[in-house]
Design a binder for this molecule. Structure first.
Ligand code: PEP
Ligand code: MG
Length: 501
């Protein structure tokens, strides 16, 4: 050992003492406590240096840990000419050649590593989206098709640029920054983060509040399960259905309901299997008429001035109940096979009667409701305001759909980039609806969760954990950050309690 003696540095042989234990159990416990307080203070894991002299602990240095699970920070290292700006909808940087897609016939133009530029993506573009290095759209907000699908595929994306298809031209080489929402001219130097590696090597933090994940593309399920999420808090099936070869009601009209049920079952199984035994809440169909019209056999979709307020969600499935029954039959096949980790979630509920009717149909379809969780999305002010009556009707869980709840509370079209600046999930009116929903559900033993985009925002999740939400379902790219947020707030709540003792 090297020590200072009489102002000189000398080497001392320790002999057997070198093998002795240095710290007592009590000292270790004290250091752990102090470490947690420091981490809480700086809101990040810390690399702490300390010294002990005569039973007293001295903290001599603390700095953020830069090696655990962080990888390199990804970012554009140099500045370039800004061509287009929009909403950073899926993080990461993509560099490549622009391919502007203005019609179905042009999708095949997109080659591996290209930048897909379009007005708005559609389900038939998903294979091209997988090949793209980045995606840029004119239209859309943070919860549009392009935003949701690209986050799941792990492809950087910018939405709502208004003019990308005009400014960007085929063959231009550009750098797309999906965090900042900027498209730069040229191939800029980029520092890359190994995202997948980060998810795998990041230590799994155990939190009392479950951290789940949202999914919509069954083929991505195995990759998404690697985030270590505690289950699926929202399996959106509409993207998968919109990607089928024809409109669901056309299968039914063509006498092919069994084929349709089989496709649903096989696609759902990919997700339920990838997460087994963790629970997967499958949401029944919620696709607006304008999106369905583009499908083969979708010509009969009613033309609606406001599809967001129209024939969608559970109200539609109760009218076209043969379709609802097909979904339930597919889910029943999974349960009969032993996948009892499924739950059924009804979208866009506005009345108790809708829940009652849906449950009645589930019973008629012999779905074993004792084995399958049955719940609803709270995504209309109506549902939030009559939640007392809803819980009396008998549900196992609710999940806050803050995309729609915010849209309907603030009268802001969530896909309209012109009013995106008003869209705020933390508006006091939205927060009041959220708080009362969680409080009343807790009082009645109904599980609470969130699966809207706000479940991926740390500043919203902090509030929800404080209110006492049971689980949070985030986008795949946000699971780790949200888990860290939840852990930090839970620790803070415990510390606050202890300090009050
Ligand atoms: C929501 O409305 O918050 C939600 C999760 O549902 P979707 O985005 O599919 O409408
Ligand atoms: Mg919704």
């Amino acid at each position: 050992m090297i020590v200072r003696k009489n102002d000189k540095t000398v080497e001392v042989e320790l002999g057997e003492k070198a093998k002795e234990r240095v710290l007592s159990d009590e000292e270790i416990e004290k250091l752990v406590d102090i470490g947690e307080i420091i981490e809480e203070h700086y809101r990040k894991p810390q690399d702490v240096e300390w010294a002990i002299e005569k039973d007293k602990i001295y903290i001599v240095q603390s700095r953020p840990v830069t090696t655990i699970g962080e990888g390199k920070v990804e970012g554009v290292e140099e500045e370039g000419e800004i061509l287009v700006k929009g909403l950073g909808a899926s993080p990461g940087i993509g560099v490549g050649k622009v391919k502007v897609i203005l019609g179905e016939g042009e999708i095949s133009k997109v080659e591996e590593g290209d930048i897909l530029v379009t007005t708005m993506t559609t389900p038939d573009m998903v294979p091209a989206m997988k090949r793209a290095a980045a995606i840029v759209t004119d239209e859309g907000g943070m919860t549009c098709h392009a935003a949701i699908v690209s986050r799941e595929l792990g492809v950087p994306a910018i939405v709502g640029t208004k003019n990308a298809t005009e400014v960007l031209e085929d063959g231009m080489v550009v750098t797309v920054d999906g965090d900042k929402g900027i498209v730069y001219s040229g191939a800029l130097k980029v520092e890359r983060e190994e995202v997948e590696e980060r998810a795998v090597i990041a230590p799994q933090i155990i939190t009392a509040t479950e951290v789940k994940v949202n999914i919509s593309i069954p083929d991505a399920a195995e990759k998404v399960a690697k985030t270590g999420a505690d289950g699926v808090g929202l399996f959106r099936i509409e993207h998968m259905i919109l990607g089928l070869e024809k409109h669901p009601m056309k299968y039914i009209r063509d006498g092919e309901i069994d084929e349709y049920i089989d496709v649903l079952y096989k696609e759902m199984r990919k997700v339920v299997k990838a997460f087994y035994p963790k629970s997967v809440w499958i949401r029944t169909l919620d696709a607006p008429t304008d999106e369905f019209r583009a499908m083969k056999g979708g010509e009969n979709e009613p033309i609606e001035a406001n599809p967001m307020l129209g024939f969608r969600g559970i109200r539609r499935d109760l009218v076209e109940d043969i379709h609802f029954r097909a979904e339930l039959r597919a889910i029943k096949k999974l349960v009969d096979e032993g996948y009892t980790n499924v739950g059924i979630m009804l979208p866009l509920v506005t009345s108790v009667e809708e829940i009652r009717k849906a449950k009645q149909i589930a019973i008629e379809e012999k779905l074993p409701l004792s084995k399958v969780e049955f719940g609803i999305m709270v995504e209309t002010p109506a549902a939030a305001l009559i939640i007392e009556d809803i819980v009396k009707e008998g549900i196992d869980f609710i999940s806050l759909g803050t995309n729609d709840l915010t849209q309907y509370t603030l009268a802001v079209d969530r896909n309209n980039e012109n009013v995106a600046y008003i869209f705020s999930e933390t508006h006091p009116a939205v927060m009041q609806l959220i708080e009362r929903t969680i409080r009343i559900c807790k009082e009645n033993g109904v599980k609470t969760s969130i699966c809207g985009q706000a479940g991926s925002y740390p500043h919203v999740v902090e509030k929800l954990v404080e209110i006492g939400i049971d689980s949070v379902s985030a986008n795949p790219d946000a699971v780790q950050t949200i888990r860290e947020t939840v852990a930090r707030i839970e620790k803070k709540l415990i510390l606050d309690k202890l300090r009050k003792l």
